[in-house]
Ligand binder design. Structure first.
Ligand SMILES: NC(=O)c1ccc[n+]([C@@H]2O[C@H](COP(=O)([O-])OP(=O)(O)OC[C@H]3O[C@@H](n4cnc5c(N)ncnc54)[C@H](O)[C@@H]3O)[C@@H](O)[C@H]2O)c1
Length: 338
């Protein structure tokens, strides 16, 4: 077994540890709060990861798919927690991908006005993104992630053994999200093996979250590639999964930064080398989509407070750029149309 990596999310008295590597699940009791006497384990039928919390526990299985990421599911969980007599001295353990950790995290934040939660991330996306940073929430019929809370976990386990059973498309989605970290700092993630690469992604996210826990500014850079990605998800009626859309969004962001003169053309090639060559992700805009429609959708992006707003690479790194003109956006899109 290769050595485990321990990354700290530095949030003062709420700092916590993320343990990354094959076999990391054996360290679960390290991240369960000492006082916890009982655990509510929240998971899905498809998640083949067994957890043994070492304390009295009950298992709650929630449905798969975004339609189950709902207030109804949270209500069912909280009622289950009440029936088992869970208290603030106990712990909720979310075992699954981003859907489970978002729902379990939100139920933990709301039940008894907040009980500790530990995440066992079982998808690549969960490991490098969803389980880290304390954003929790559920969907409403009116939109995704509209109800939620910031609720930091007491610790996170990222056991790479879980990835062995992950369906190929889910793995691709995680790689799309992972690709963005290659451009957020100067370091060469390609030089690292998968354990070290995941640990470094966690560390980068941890640094950004520590600097801006509640997304007042800096945390927005984690949305690199996401403005076009959200538009593509809507325009394709979610035929493109989130991570697949982010992959295309990253290449678009590079082209746009190039068109705006913020980066040299070789930097676009570096994006393609990671997204297409290393991770094998598709980078063209799917056929049949109208650029004007995509621009309209990007204008409505919830992060776009000031005209067309993008997270773009530039001479001083990745940053938020507001009020971008439509013409360069269309030029960058044209480079990616089939
Ligand atoms: N909180 C955040 O900061 C944040 C960030 C990014 C995404 N998210 C949320 O995360 C969700 C997406 O998460 P996801 O991509 O992990 O998908 P997911 O949690 O929906 O999991 C995808 C599928 O894989 C299954 N699965 C999970 N682990 C498995 C394993 N080891 N082996 C086999 N199957 C397994 C699940 O049961 C599910 O059917 C979205 O709801 C998104 O909004 C949250």
């Amino acid at each position: 077994m290769s050595a485990l990596r321990h990354v700290t999310v530095p949030l003062g008295t709420r700092a916590y540890e993320v343990i990354v590597g094959r076999g990391a699940i054996d360290q679960l009791d390290r991240v369960i709060p000492e006082h916890a006497r009982r655990a509510a384990v929240v998971t899905q039928a498809e998640v083949p990861v067994e957890v043994v919390p070492g304390i009295d526990h009950e298992r709650f299985v929630i449905g798969s798919g975004e339609q189950h990421k709902s207030l109804d599911t949270v209500a069912d969980l909280c009622r289950g927690f009440a029936r088992m007599g869970l208290t603030r001295n106990d712990v909720v353990i979310g075992v699954g991908g981003g859907m489970v950790t978002d729902v379990a995290g939100f139920a933990a934040a709301a039940y008894h006005r907040g009980v500790p939660v530990v995440h066992v991330a079982t998808t690549l996306l969960g490991m490098v993104d969803a389980a880290i940073g304390g954003k929790t929430g559920v969907n409403l019929p009116e939109g995704k992630n509209l109800v939620g809370a910031f609720w930091q976990p007491s610790g996170v386990i990222c056991d790479l053994d879980a990835l062995d059973t992950l369906p190929e498309r889910e793995m691709r989605c995680g790689l799309g999200e992972m690709a963005k970290y290659h451009f957020l700092t100067g370091d060469d993630l390609l030089a690292l093996d998968l354990t070290d690469r995941i640990a470094r992604c966690v560390e980068i996210k941890a640094e950004v979250v520590a600097a801006d826990e509640r997304e007042g500014g800096r945390r927005a850079i984690l949305n690199y590639g996401h403005t076009l990605a959200h538009a593509l998800e809507i325009a394709t009626e979610h035929r493109l999964a989130h991570g697949e859309a982010v992959a295309i969004g990253l290449i678009f962001a590079a082209h746009l930064a190039d068109v705006l003169g913020r980066i040299p053309a070789e930097r676009v090639d570096e994006h393609l080398a990671v997204v297409a060559d290393e991770y094998g992700l598709a980078t063209d805009i799917p056929p049949g989509l109208d650029p004007a429609t995509l621009v309209g959708l990007m204008r409505r992006d919830k992060k776009a407070l000031d005209g067309l707003t993008f997270v773009l690479d530039g001479p001083t790194g990745v940053d938020v750029v507001a009020d971008v003109n439509e013409r360069p956006v269309l030029t960058a899109l044209a480079r990616m149309m089939p």
